[in-house]
Structure formats: structure tokens, C-alpha cells
Design a protein around this ligand. Structure first.
Ligand code: NAD
Length: 492
């Protein structure tokens, strides 16, 4: 076993970054940050005081007045530099993500690649905006022009499962457009974002353009309700997301809220199973099932059911568990002890409600990491759509096989779900794929793809309870960070 070296074994008490400087928090509300594979403390995160959050907002507000006046091409030069320094520290940050979150190193590298793609996409914002939004002679001697202006300071609140990438669906775009940000990462996985701020320091952005605070509910609420915050970009669960959306509305703020999921993967009778099975493994067990784009319900159509079930079961039972810094490992632990208990609770519930547990990962042990929060892959068979395990987001390595007769029944089943983040179909038939794409109520659709994650130059979609708002993350947030002015001109 060759385990890649950890960047550090302990990162100390994490600092805040306010007005261009790292500052030690005065908070006495300290929480341990864990390595879930080893059950070891790797840092302490201080939950910022109200005064510290207000200082960060003030820094953002003051910086905004100057930052928005800097020409866009100059602002974008900072992003080129940011891309360069992030690339230089790519492997280091990937290892920190694995150490704090538990996902395997290749998944952390994938997260970092997507993060960089967001910076690259933000570098092209000038082209995105240059859409010819001027019309001459809309009336005799009158021209009309649309201009966009940056709005101010924004709060960016991240989830635990993509601690580096998810906030970067917003940060580079905000910077390019002339806005400033206060970032609050998840208190469970704050180390990667703290390290990214150390890396960002090398970019020499003017003080106050990017700020970092730590904490949980209270800090988020202080940010959202503060009069100088213009809006909130949030990624997290549906329960919290709906509260965030309400609070933002109550304070007249704009909000992008990307929330939880329960994703269906449909396998048609003509699917190429040799290719489908590896895609299913990544979809259901990649990131240990802790993705908003993880497969959760596996819908088998008609005659493929037996073959699909036996091949998926065989492949899933061979997955190698361990510490994600060992490059031979295929699945890491779940993120916390609490998450493990929650997932085990759902498995109990599935058994109680009559589903058949044909792969039981509950007691899986990893010899070298006996204290890690490991759960092996689980497969439930004979699941019906009304069961709790088929309806609620488990956010762990649990697959539920639902057998249906045909595509219409599959689409009908999917559309009864409260969520609509992703839906995928595996088939060799273009007509079925098209019917599925058109009929299914979900924002991200995969055709022979197990994780339908949009590239940075597409919006990160999501329907129903998986999303609250109008504009989505990634490229869509160009509109989010700006407001429109229409100028009607007549000269005489
Ligand atoms: P979470 O909702 O528990 O926490 C998200 C963030 O909100 C954290 O920073 C947390 O500190 C903060 N928070 C906690 N309570 C709060 C409150 N009452 N008010 C305001 N902020 C509060 O989510 P999580 O467990 O960190 O992340 C996993 C969830 O995120 C899953 O449901 C997953 O599906 C979802 N997710 C969605 C997407 C997407 O794009 N749709 C992407 C990644 C993750």
C-alpha cells in the first residue's frame, strides 16, 4: 500500500481572511475538523463572531467601490494569475480535499479540474457579455442599449461535499464582473478553502475583494440578513436551502440556492451492460454516494432486470475501500460519524419497510483504518417508489433497485419525486433517449452518462426541490452578479 503524503498532519486553528489579511478569530467557539479515514483531528475551525462577519462585509463593501471601477480586462488579468497559482498548487489542494473529506484522490483532482474550468470560463466573461445588446434606430433618431452593472458584496455559502469547487461556481464570475465576496465554507470541510485563500494571496487582489469567514447557521444568517450583502449563492441541502431562500427573500436579497437530490438512473433492455456497469459504479459509489449528482434509484426496465442486478452486485462487491490518498482505493469513508449513523439508519429503515438488502456494507471493516467512518457499498432489491429509501436523500453508498415494465412507467415514477436534480438513461435507442430527455422533470440529464455534471460554460441546472431561484450557478450567475440598465438615447 502506497499512501500519498499528506500536505500537513495538522493545520492548526484556521484563520479568517478579511481585507487582504489573514486574521486570527477571537471566537472561543472552536470545533474540531476531522480526517474521516483516520478519525483524527486535523484542524480547529473557529465559528466567526458577529463582529468578524461584519468586518468581512465592510471590507467587501469598501473594496467594491474601487474594484468595480477597474477595467474588466484588468480584473480578468487577476483571474489568469489565479488560474496559474491554483494549477501550481493543484495536487496539494487535491490531497487536502481527500484528507478532510475522504473522497479518493482522483475524485479530488476531478473537483479541482472543475474548479479551474470555472476560472477559465470567468476569464471569457467579456465575450459572454458582448452579445450586441444595442439597437440603433428603435424609433426615429433613437438608439437603445443594455448595460450591466455589478451589484456589490455577495455571500457564498458552500456544502461539505465539494469544499473547493462549489464556491468556485461563483467566486471567479463575481470577481470578473466587479463584485466582491465573503465566502463561508462548510464547517465540516473548511481546510481546502482555507488553503485556497493562502494560494489566492499570491494573486495580490486588492484588499477586500475576497474575504473568508468560518461558521455554520449563525454566520450564514448574519451574512444573508446584513443590509450590505446584495445576494447569496448557496449550495447545500434542501432543508437548509429552503430556509436560506426564505431568509434571503425576507431581506429582499437575490439568491441562487442549489439543493439536495434523489437521482434516478434508468437502464433500458437494450443497454450495453459492459459499458453501463462501470458508469453505474461511479454514479452510485463515487464520492461514497455523497454527490448531488449521485445515482440513488436504479430503475430496471423489463427483461434486463436479472442481468443488470447480478452484474451490478458482482462489480459493487469488489470495490476496494480505504484512505483516498492510497491511489489503489476505489471508495473512501463517509464524511462524519454522524453521517455514517444517518446512512445506517436509512438502511435499517429500508429493511424494516420490506426492501431486500442484497449487498450489505454496514459492517465493512478497513484493516489499516479501523476507526474510519467506512460503510461498504449497499444494494437494495425489490424497492418500491413509496419506500423511504426511494424517496429521501440518503447521501451515502446505497443503491435501490426499482423494477418497472416500460419507459413510460419509469418517467412517471421519476416525475413523482420531490427532487429534480439529475436523471439518466442507459440505452442504445435514440428514440427512447429523446422521449426520456423530453419527458423527465429534472435539470441535468444523462444519456449513457452516470454523472451528468455540466461544464462551467453551461449553467448547473436543477428542478423542483433541488433548486430555489431563477438563475443557476456557473455561467448563469453572470446575470446574478449584475443588474441591468437600459439606456435610451436621442441626440439633436
Ligand atoms: P447543509 O445544508 O447541511 O450545509 C450547507 C451550508 O449551509 C454549510 O456551509 C452550513 O454551514 C450552512 N448551514 C447549515 N445550517 C444552516 C442554516 N440553518 N442556515 C444557513 N446556513 C446553514 O449541506 P451539506 O450537508 O454541507 O451538503 C450536502 C447537501 O448539499 C446535499 O443535500 C447535496 O445534495 C447538496 N448539494 C447540492 C448541490 C447542487 O448543486 N444542487 C451540489 C453539492 C451539494
Amino acid at each position: 500500500m502506497v499512501v500519498l503524503q499528506e500536505v500537513k498532519s495538522h493545520y492548526g486553528k484556521l484563520n479568517l481572511f478579511i481585507d487582504g489579511e489573514f486574521v486570527e478569530s477571537e471566537s472561543t467557539d472552536l470545533h474540531p475538523v476531522m480526517n474521516p479515514a483516520r478519525d483524527e483531528v486535523i484542524a480547529e475551525v473557529p465559528f466567526s463572531t458577529k463582529e468578524e462577519v461584519e468586518q468581512a462585509i465592510k471590507a467587501g463593501e469598501e473594496a467594491f467601490e474601487k474594484w468595480k471601477e477597474i477595467p474588466m480586462p484588468t480584473r480578468i488579468q487577476y483571474l489568469y494569475k489565479l488560474k496559474q497559482v491554483v494549477e501550481e498548487h493543484f495536487e496539494e489542494i487535491s490531497r487536502i480535499i481527500t484528507q478532510n473529506h475522504g473522497k479518493i484522490i482522483d475524485e479530488s483532482r476531478g473537483e479541482m479540474r472543475r474548479l479551474v474550468e470555472n476560472i477559465e470560463t470567468a476569464c471569457s466573461i467579456a465575450y459572454t457579455l458582448a452579445k450586441g445588446e444595442q439597437l440603433d434606430q428603435i424609433a426615429s433618431g433613437i438608439d437603445e442599449t443594455l448595460v450591466r452593472e455589478p451589484l456589490g458584496v455577495f455571500a457564498v455559502i458552500g456544502p461539505f461535499n465539494f469544499p473547493a469547487m462549489a464556491p468556485f461556481w461563483f467566486i471567479p464570475h463575481a470577481i470578473a464582473l466587479g463584485c466582491t465576496v465573503v465566502v463561508k465554507p462548510s464547517e465540516i470541510t473548511p481546510v481546502a478553502m482555507s488553503w485556497l485563500f493562502k494560494v489566492m494571496e499570491k494573486v495580490d487582489l486588492p484588499p477586500g475583494v475576497v474575504n473568508l469567514v468560518h461558521g455554520s447557521k449563525d454566520v450564514s444568517q448574519t451574512l444573508i440578513s446584513h443590509p450590505d450583502i446584495k445576494g447569496v449563492a448557496f449550495v447545500g441541502s434542501t432543508r437548509v436551502g429552503s430556509q436560506v431562500y426564505r431568509l434571503a427573500a425576507e431581506h429582499g436579497k437575490r439568491a441562487i440556492v442549489q439543493a439536495g437530490a434523489k437521482n434516478f438512473i434508468v437502464v433500458m433492455p437494450d443497454a450495453n451492460l459492459e459499458r453501463t456497469i462501470p458508469a453505474l459504479l461511479t454514479s452510485f459509489y463515487g464520492n461514497t454516494g455523497q454527490r448531488c449528482l449521485s445515482g440513488a434509484n436504479l430503475v430496471a426496465i423489463g427483461g434486463i432486470y436479472e442481468d443488470l442486478k447480478s452484474k451490478f452486485l458482482e462489480a459493487a462487491s469488489k470495490l476496494k475501500l480505504g484512505y483516498g490518498l492510497d491511489e489503489t482505493v476505489e471508495m473512501g469513508p463517509v464524511v462524519t460519524k454522524r453521517a455514517k449513523e444517518r446512512i445506517l439508519g436509512y438502511i435499517e429503515k429500508g429493511v424494516e419497510e420490506g426492501a431486500k438488502l442484497i449487498l450489505d456494507g454496514r459492517n465493512t471493516k478497513v484493516e489499516d483504518y479501523p476507526n474510519g467512518y467506512f460503510i461498504g457499498p449497499n444494494i437494495f432489491d425489490e424497492v418500491t417508489p413509496d419506500m423511504t429509501i426511494a424517496k429521501e436523500e440518503i447521501f451515502g453508498p446505497v443503491a435501490s433497485i426499482i423494477k418497472v415494465e416500460n419507459l413510460d412507467e419509469a418517467i412517471e415514477t421519476i416525475n413523482k419525486s420531490n427532487y429534480g436534480n439529475m436523471a439518466c438513461i442507459f440505452t442504445s435507442n435514440g428514440k427512447w433517449a429523446r422521449e426520456f430527455r423530453r419527458g423527465v422533470q429534472a435539470g441535468n440529464i444523462g444519456v449513457n452518462i452516470g454523472i451528468a455534471a455540466p461544464m462551467a460554460f453551461f449553467p448547473f441546472a436543477g428542478w423542483k426541490n433541488s433548486f430555489f431561484g431563477v438563475l443557476h450557478g456557473q455561467i448563469d450567475c453572470v446575470d446574478f452578479f449584475t443588474d441591468k440598465k437600459v439606456v435610451i438615447t436621442r441626440w439633436w
